[in-house]
Design a protein around this ligand. Structure first.
Ligand code: UD1
Length: 347
């Protein structure tokens, strides 16, 4: 049973589920409904050719406690009814944590795809989800070597820990030749030189002062480089209140589907983000990435890739520097398009 729930799960699960089906498994796909908007969910199922979920639990949004509680109750009933031999969870969202807790208490082994990432920042909800999931999982599929060390430091492995590479990069490799931003650039009225922005972390968008500082700095960047900003619903109210829509040079749009978004990123001159996955995708594409966070659970994107951590006030200078010093695409071991197959083989 593969459990997904939120946008960043879908591009990781697609290659694993496809490889599992090819090997003759009969996977059940559960969508928890943590994300439910067409633009955050359905479009990814269609574009990534994920099978229709066998069950959509429709859990929806809420505080951490109420969302996690609803996930636990719904997932327990589903796992009891379907009695899977193994539960496969992805990434670090609340659905990942909930599925892991439920399965473990039902004595169903859990496989965690993207195990071992650590920001060492427990103010991030995702870090709590990672630590708990990895403590309970019996198969831990790790994307890059430092993850194995993080798990070892917590007393996890070596048994059950497998360095397999990055299934999200499988999805990028699969679609890379089809990325073409011509139509979306035309629809948005964007020229040939532009940057892409995404921000949705609570630490950036839930705090009005921080959001205002970010909007001011983005305005400075946008005076040199037009920016396209697909806006996650989480940040809408605060960033609107900080005047995001009135900044010259920033085109604010609804969240984009995988193909439009990755096409824009691949043709952009610069990405500003606080996403985890986008730090990895830009490294592989060789697009300079400024991550508006004090830390990252993906340090390989800094040592081998194009990524740099910045404070909001440093964004304009960092952007100038990044634009002036282009990077080659990173070559990260096992980020080769075959991680899903390796995971399915181990499963
Ligand atoms: C979740 C993940 C985060 C991931 C992000 C990617 C957790 C703790 N966080 O954050 O790790 O990077 O997804 O998008 O699991 N909303 C909608 N439509 C939807 C879903 C949510 O409008 O389909 C709005 C609601 O107002 C909701 C808010 O977004 O309250 C936050 O949604 P939630 O699922 O709690 O977390 P994300 O911020 O999306």
């Amino acid at each position: 049973m593969h459990v997904v729930g939120a946008r960043p799960n879908f591009m990781k699960a697609a290659p694993v589920v496809a490889a599992a089906i090819e090997r003759g498994h009969e996977p059940t796909l559960i969508h928890t409904g943590q994300h439910y908007d067409e633009a955050l969910s359905d479009v990814f199922f269609r574009q990534l050719h994920l099978p229709e979920p066998d069950v959509d639990l429709g859990v929806g949004s809420g505080s951490h406690a109420s969302q996690t509680a609803a996930l636990l109750v719904a997932l327990e009933a589903t796992m009891i009814e379907r009695s899977p031999s193994k539960v496969v969870v992805y990434g670090d969202v609340n659905s990942t944590l909930a599925a892991t807790l439920v399965a473990t208490k039902l004595h169903i082994p859990v496989a965690h795809v993207e195990a071992g990432l650590r920001s060492f920042d427990r103010t991030m909800p995702e870090e709590i989800n990672r630590v708990v999931t990895d403590a309970l999982a019996s198969d831990l599929f790790v994307t890059s070597a430092e993850g194995v060390d993080h798990l070892a430091a917590e007393g996890i492995g070596p048994s059950g820990v497998h360095l397999v590479g990055n299934p999200m990069i499988d999805t990028l490799v699969r679609f890379r030749d089809r990325l073409d931003a011509t139509a979306i650039k035309q629809a948005l009225g964007v020229g040939s030189r532009f940057g892409v922005v995404t921000l949705h972390r609570p630490a950036n968008v839930d705090n009005p002062d921080r959001a205002a500082a970010i909007v001011r700095s983005l305005g400075e960047v946008a005076s040199e480089l037009p920016l396209v900003f697909p806006l996650h619903p989480r940040g809408k109210a605060t960033l609107d209140a900080a005047g995001l829509h009135d900044v010259d040079g920033i085109t604010v749009v609804e969240p984009l589907g995988y193909l439009d978004f990755m096409s824009l990123v691949a043709e952009s001159s610069l990405v500003v983000t606080d996403s985890g996955g986008i730090q990895e995708e830009t490294s592989i594409l060789g697009i300079p990435c400024l991550t508006v966070r004090p830390n990252t659970e993906r340090p390989v994107t800094i040592t081998l890739g194009t990524n740099r951590l910045v404070e909001p006030a440093d964004l304009p200078d960092a952007a100038q520097h990044a634009l002036a010093s282009p990077h080659a695409p990173a070559d990260i071991p096992l980020w080769d398009g075959a991680a899903g197959e390796r995971i399915a083989a181990l499963l």
